[in-house]
Design a protein. Structure first.
Length: 265
């Protein structure tokens, strides 16, 4: 071998070694544990906080995606092609669950939302204190998410209702003394029937954008419909929820070029 051949041979070995070590590095990063028994929380000072959700386990990688929620709603453009929300309200009996992250109300079948020709069924609603979405940088005291699902596609449409501290909320009053106090505790009451129509504001103007679940696995399957008009609940009512779920708002996520549209009558 002449001198230049030796140089090429060494360069070749070097590249192979570098390539192999780089590839190994990537593969190690991709080997995440199963999400069974994986815990997450809202505290970024811990390793299970929101900044780390996407790296906790194999099914939570969407949390590091580019189509995440919540967001700060700002600069929305009016879109005359948007339609008003068409919701058919049924009555549901009461099934409240404290899942350790939120207070969730599982609803009986019967309430549907039709949006852009697709019908979604209300499965549950749950609360965040303070709000997850912000509007022009302003946070609200609470936000309620009404989770609707299209059974054939699995896609979700979630109506977000912002809550300001103010007057006592008659709808929440039905449940306020029955909120399950500990994780995994439940409260069921077949005699306590309600319609979510009694909670939603009369004005259903909304902001909409494409996003995700705001908790792991952060699946990017959500059409968000955040109502522009907040409702009110008393300081004591909001505190009752906050005392159980603590601060359960994921920080707002980068838009990554998404547009926010606004429907108004
Ligand atoms: Zn939520």
């Amino acid at each position: 071998m002449n001198k230049s051949s030796y140089v090429n041979w060494f360069l070749g070995i070097g590249c192979l070694v570098l390539f192999a070590s780089c590839k190994d590095g990537n593969e190690n990063e991709d080997v995440l544990p199963s999400c069974t028994d994986v815990h997450w929380n809202y505290d970024n000072a811990t390793e299970d906080g929101p900044d780390h959700w996407g790296k906790l386990c194999v099914d939570y990688t969407d949390c590091s995606g580019a189509v995440q929620s919540p967001i700060n709603i700002s600069g929305a453009s009016d879109d005359a092609s948007l339609e008003s929300l068409v919701e058919v309200f049924g009555n549901s009996t009461t099934h409240i669950v404290n899942n350790g992250h939120t207070i969730q109300f599982n609803t009986d079948a019967g309430t549907t939302l039709t949006y852009k020709g697709v019908t979604y069924t209300l499965l549950q609603f749950h609360t965040h204190t303070p709000s997850e979405h912000t509007v022009n940088g302003v946070s609200y005291d609470m936000e309620v998410h009404f989770v609707h699902k299209n059974e054939s596609t699995g896609k979700l449409a979630v109506i977000g209702v912002l809550v300001n501290e103010g007057a006592d909320n008659a709808f929440l009053d039905h449940f306020i003394h029955h909120l399950p106090a500990t994780a995994d505790a439940k409260y069921d009451d077949a005699a306590l029937s309600f319609s979510i129509a009694d909670f939603l504001p009369a004005n259903k103007n909304y902001f909409t954008y494409g996003g995700s679940l705001t908790t792991p696995p952060c699946s990017e399957i959500v059409t968000w419909l955040v109502l522009e008009t907040p409702v009110e609940a008393s300081h004591a009512q909001i505190e009752d929820f906050h005392a159980l779920e603590h601060s359960n708002n994921r920080p707002v996520q980068d838009l990554h070029g998404r547009t926010i549209k606004r429907f108004h009558m």
